[in-house]
Design a protein around this ligand. Sequence first.
Ligand code: 4AD
Length: 433
Amino acid sequence: MDSVSKVDIAGVGALAGQRVRIGCWMTRRRSSGKIQFLQLRDGTGFIQGVLVKEEVDGETWEKAGQLTQESSLYVTGTVREEPRSPSGYELAVDGIDIIQIATDYPITPKEHGVDFLMDHRHLWLRAPRQRAILRIRAEIISAVQRFFDERGFTLVDPPVLTPSAAEGTTNLFHTKYFDEDAYLTQSGQLYMEAAAMALGKVYSFGPTFRAEKSKTRRHLIEFWMIEPEMAFVDHEENLRVQEEFVSYVVGQVLEHCRPELAVLERDVSKLEQVKAPFPRISYDEAIDMLKEDGMELPWGEDFGAPHETLIAEKFDRPVFITRYPTEIKAFYMKPDPDRPEVVLCADMIAPEGYGEIIGGSQRIDDPELLEARFDEHQLPREAYEWYLDLRKYGTVPHSGFGLGLERTVAWICGLDHVRETIPFPRMLYRLYP
Ligand code: 4AD
């Protein structure tokens, strides 16, 4: 018997005329009585297997006939060019080793409700649309890392179990840490500030937990955040890094993920407009814009999804809303020296109604002001002594931000809901599978 090399479907283009073996699943079978067509998938791509009854042995013909949706097999055959196939190739099958015949695969080509699909998320991931989303998510992650690695940032991992809150105490996940109380991280930021004082420019990428009882299309209980932190960087410089960063990530997806964007039927012309610089409007200007459009909001209140959407509709690329009221923002944000009732912060609002994807700010560097903020916010000093030390021993102006990965994936992929942006979403009322 001649030796046949085991290959990935993605690589068959270079192997026309050769005999190959592929480990795969069968997704669909059609038969005309004299010819069987097998739609085969190995995770790297699709290929159509063709069996002509008169040309294959009876056993192979019969095995092909037994294959049901999601049955697993090794197939052998010769790769040949086929201009009518989407990949340009097909496989003239001459041998089949069945691994398992799958019976009653629950996800069929008919329409299923979202709850059913979420209950079968472990299988739903095999659908072309879900695979396209996961590929784009992976490209975004690698583009994020390239962007920061190429610009002299060091990747640093903050802890997941923490003794205190970073972003307010209302949505903390509590757990026991032996005899102590502990919380799952809400943001690595405070630790990243310590790392920036050691390494200058740092970023983290990790899971984040918020026990938010919000059942919206933008909220997850467990999500992934990218958090850069930079010493000697002020508010304006921070915004410039953010717009360069987001433009780069979108550009990389456009460069590397055209087939996946096509599967999702994403209007790429919208993404092609995403180029720095991004517009900047102040919180005050945003309030005025909303009023003009009949959506009045008293000064000092935070924006909700409808407000963000209305503002975003006025721009063809992400927009920064800057200088929010000090009252509604986190304790560590630096007040504007000319106007202390607002802070040097910005939220980046994605276009097309996808809402806030980045929250960031310049941090308070003055030790006395930071201490006063702890008292105002009634935060337990003991848990934060280490954080106050950062202002005692060589404090410097510094800034940073956090980009929510899933909201960014939802926007770039053009998805209605963040639940499809992560392999196994954790949402209010969903911990399974
Ligand atoms: O605005 P947030 O709360 O900012 C912080 O946590 C800062 N400490 C970040 C920093 O400066 N290092 O969250 C940042 C981003 C949001 O813009 C959003 O994209 C995402 O995290 N996010 C969520 N994504 C999904 N589900 C949730 N429940 C989210 N909460 C925030």
